[in-house]
Design a protein around this ligand. Sequence first.
Ligand code: SF4
Length: 167
Amino acid sequence: MRECCHSKRLKSCTLELTSQIIAMPDNRKLSVSPLVCFRCGVCCVKYQAILTLNEAQGIANYLEISLDIFINKYIDHSWPGTDALLISQRDGGCVFLEQDKINNNATACLIQRVKPSICRQWNAGVYRKECQDGLFKYWKIRVSHTGLLEGDEERLRDFHSFVASLS
Ligand code: SF4
């Protein structure tokens, strides 16, 4: 069952991301998918990515530097592990995280194409605290206990348009 506000008089509305189609206030119907990563970067600030030596070599190749330089520059040497490495943080977030140059509501990963498998396996979701924090920080949108996005109608529409622009 799709859900969104249908009355222009409402100040807030909800958007059910598990639906295939949502009805907009102007009766347009938009197809939606479960929450996809909208690149808020909260998880990249909260966690440090772990990677194998092979992955480190792959990133070093991508950056066109040697593995030694990569390890010196981008690996957190306080981590005691030997089989796996930990990517450093800078300014409280992953060293490869930067603000998106075009969109202030998004971040960018400088090694997106070759990022570690741990980052690839991390999926966004409405019930993830990190994604909820990002939704509120950048879009002032909250998630209801039933997984609906709630907030100002215009913000929800802008958010949906933004997410669609990412695909
Ligand atoms: S917190 Fe969620 S939406 Fe934000 S970057 Fe991480 S996975 Fe993507």
